[in-house]
Write a protein that binds this ligand. Structure first.
Ligand code: BGC
Length: 402
């Protein structure tokens, strides 16, 4: 594919006109890149190199961490997909550190990247740097995690995060047959994600909307009493933090003959922490129903041997594909709309949603993909035969397809 020539290269922006420009453009900025136009040259004039003069079409990508399997896959997928279209890619990982991410984004803006794709470490901390991107005429796409409290985000690409939580909640409901039982009470505990990740709340709410009626009815009991989002959230989605919290929780509430029946875990990294705490500290002897999300290779292994009960699959290649569609459209000055999905002929379901993702300043137009429930029964059929994103290796485990 041939990329169109850059129609603008370098702009001179005087501070006085900048503030006018910011407010005048704020509505347009809800859905598209700011339309910067050349300003007068004064002593105070700053030169903002919005689109490099070198003819290079460069995408800056900032992923939150290289320590979790999914984000390195995201980084690789995005890089390969953009390069296949002829873009250059500058890819950074932030090691889950807010400052590292902010510094890298400033650097990419100064380097003249043309569009930014950001998986935020902390969705609330990027306001200032987003403003700088806006001033430089660089559209920003929030990748997987919403960027909050700023109007300078052009689009959001993710999965239906609420539905991820619903799948987890429904699984627990069905596994414990909560609708069928009469008079039986099951014990459940909760582990949510990082509270600075906007997704974590969506996952938790989705699951809780399924499970809360049973807590209210008394069919589900929470012996620790810990069921509000902030109490059960896990900083940085850390396996170790989830593990330590669960060891304490098991020691405090399950040391006698009380049975633990289910644990809602919002993702795979926290799920491993909980599973290992159960292995090391829980003496109940029963199979605890445990959820997850991401289909990390280690978790698929645990699904096979029964330590984890279900997982939620999010096809990261699709997420990269939709991101490329959105970025390429922004790059060519197109406005975000349903018609993008129609014209790109995606061969998978993607919903254009202009209501669900209010970031505190604007409702960010979102492109949402469908998550899929995975169990040991359907994992090979879905992940290997249907999506082809994993292969079955000789030892019977699933590995990510090259
Ligand atoms: C992602 C999950 C991931 C979690 C921890 C969330 O924002 O949507 O897929 O497990 O972050 O990295």
């Amino acid at each position: 594919m041939v990329l169109s020539n850059r129609h603008y290269t370098r702009y001179l922006i005087a501070p006085i006109t900048l503030s006018l420009m910011v407010s005048a453009c704020s509505t347009a900025s809800k859905t598209s890149a700011p339309d910067n136009t050349a300003q007068s040259d004064t002593d105070d004039t700053r030169i903002v190199d919005t689109h490099s003069e070198d003819g290079i079409d460069k995408i800056g990508i900032s992923m939150p961490t290289q320590y979790l399997e999914r984000w390195t896959r995201d980084g690789n997928n995005l890089k390969a997909s953009f390069e296949a279209l002829g873009y250059e890619v500058d890819l950074h990982y932030a090691g889950n550190l807010i400052d590292t991410q902010i510094d890298a984004i400033y650097e990419m803006i100064d380097d003249g990247v043309d569009v930014l794709v950001i998986g935020a470490v902390d969705g609330l901390s990027l306001g200032k740097v987003m403003e700088r991107a806006y001033e430089a005429g660089i559209p920003v796409v929030a990748y997987d995690r919403l960027i909050c409290n700023t109007e300078y985000v052009s689009a959001y690409v993710s999965f239906d995060n609420y539905q991820v939580g619903r799948l987890q909640g429904e699984y627990i409901k069905n596994a414990l047959e909560l609708d069928k039982v009469t008079g039986k009470i099951y014990n459940i505990e909760f582990t949510a994600g990082d509270s600075v990740d906007n997704n974590a709340r969506f996952f938790f709410d989705g699951a809780m909307d399924v499970l809360r009626p049973y807590i209210d009815k008394g069919t589900l009991n929470v012996p620790s009493g810990q069921c509000d989002f902030y109490t059960v959230s896990t900083s940085q989605w850390s396996t170790e933090t989830a593990n330590v919290r669960f060891q304490i929780l098991i020691g405090s509430y399950y040391s006698g003959d009380r049975k633990l029946d289910a644990v809602l875990c919002s993702n795979d990294s926290t799920s491993i922490g909980v599973q290992d705490a159960i292995r090391d500290s829980y003496n109940g002897g029963n199979n605890v129903v445990i959820t997850g999300q991401d289909c990390d290779v280690e978790n698929l292994r645990r699904l096979m041997d029964g330590r984890q009960s279900m997982d939620v699959y999010k096809n990261l290649a699709y997420e990269a594909g939709v991101t490329v569609m959105v970025v390429d459209s922004l790059y060519h000055g197109e406005v975000m709309s349903q018609s993008l999905i129609d014209s790109w002929n995606l061969d998978y379901e993607c919903v254009y949603d202009t209501q669900s993702y209010d970031n505190g300043k604007i409702v960010v137009p979102a492109f949402l993909l469908e998550p899929v429930e995975i169990t040991s029964d359907n994992m090979v059929q879905e992940l290997v035969d249907n999506y082809g994103t994993y292969v079955l290796s000789e030892d019977g485990s699933l590995q990510v397809a090259e």
